[in-house]
Design a protein around this ligand. Structure first.
Ligand code: FBP
Ligand code: MN
Length: 325
């Protein structure tokens, strides 16, 4: 028998898509307009309004930044229409993952959201995180951030029954990754360089339709938690280690109760319990198509929503006819 809280949870799954759709449609007006801030602000506004319609007591744990630097959807902000009465939900979000991509009309910009019961999502500070991810079906800890890049590629190649030079790695195209890319190329790996958007980059390792086998490199820690939430639902492994460049960043970590600065977090450490992950494409990408504004005022969206407890993944195509879509 389905109990009441299950029904609520299931309704919430589809409501998540409404939230990411709203953010993606708002940002889509600014695709290719060269204004990252305006695109982000539009997505943030729309996502916050949509979250505030939902019957829960939500707390942002991964958001737009700390209270003094983000006017909305800051870490610790309460959202929802049932604050104090509804179920307590922790929320990790990136209303526009790929602000630069959106400004330049590049690929893979997403509106992203993950929710879980209180305490299930890592309170990651907004610093870099070194990431390593592989798809589903491999032994736990087959690869590790404690091993070298070459050792990890060799271990994965052996498990796949291929040669190391047949492995395809995805890496953010940044000067800080020069050594990493050189090491991958020295083994003969294919390196897919992405301009931005490592949430989609990490998820690509789980998708049989992409050629990507492994994800390497440093990106935002918040994006690491969001990617971990997705991998909890579809399988695959991610490891992350926070990267601190100065004392201010170390202080931020302390503020969120992080004392072991060298800790390696695995998928469950970042997102445990019954996690729900939702994303809507803003621009076309490896995971989702972007928002399309068709003749006659029809607006289409493509979204995905997934749930860790059941492993169900739903692809949702939306047609929006409201004049303000
Ligand atoms: O651009 P940087 O500083 O290398 O940071 C990398 C991070 O920025 C992004 O490329 C884009 O994130 P935002 O659009 O949210 O700023 C993330 O996917 C990635 O984790
Ligand atoms: Mn982002």
């Amino acid at each position: 028998m389905v109990n009441r809280s299950d029904v609520l949870d299931r309704v919430l799954v589809l409501e998540m898509v409404r939230v990411t759709e709203c953010a993606a449609m708002a940002a889509s007006h600014l695709v290719g307009r060269g204004d990252e801030k305006a695109a982000d602000a539009a997505a943030v506004d729309a996502m916050r309004d949509a979250l505030n319609e939902l019957a829960f007591d939500g707390t942002i744990v991964i958001g737009e930044g700390e209270r003094d630097e983000a006017p909305m959807l800051y870490i610790g902000e309460k959202v929802g229409a049932a604050i104090g009465t509804g179920p307590k939900i922790d929320i990790a979000l990136d209303p526009l993952e790929g602000t630069t991509i959106t400004a330049k009309a590049g690929p893979n910009a997403l509106a992203v959201l993950a929710i879980a019961e209180e305490g299930c999502l890592l309170n990651a500070p907004d610093v870099y995180m070194e990431k390593l991810a592989i798809g589903p079906g491999y032994a736990k800890d087959l690869v590790s951030l404690d091993k070298s890049v070459t050792e990890n590629v060799e271990a994965l190649a052996k498990a796949k029954g291929v040669k190391p030079n047949e492995i395809i790695a995805c890496v953010l195209d940044r000067p800080r990754h020069e050594k990493l890319i050189a090491e991958l190329r020295a083994i003969g790996c294919g390196v897919v360089l992405i301009p931005d958007g490592d949430v989609a980059g990490v998820i690509a390792v789980t998708n049989p339709e992409t050629t990507v086998d492994i994800y390497f490199g440093q990106g935002g820690a918040p994006e690491g938690v969001l990617a971990a939430a997705a991998l909890r639902c579809v399988g695959g492994q991610i490891q992350g280690r926070l990267v601190f460049r100065n004392d201010d960043e170390r202080r931020r970590a302390a503020k969120w109760g992080i004392t072991d600065l060298d800790r390696i977090y695995d998928t469950e450490d970042m997102a445990k319990g019954d996690v729900i992950f939702a994303a809507t494409g803003v621009t076309d990408g490896s995971l989702l198509d972007g928002v399309k504004r068709l003749k006659g005022g029809l607006v289409t969206t493509e979204s995905v929503v997934m749930r860790a407890s059941s492993g169900t993944v739903r692809w949702v195509r939306g047609e929006h006819r409201r004049s303000d879509a």
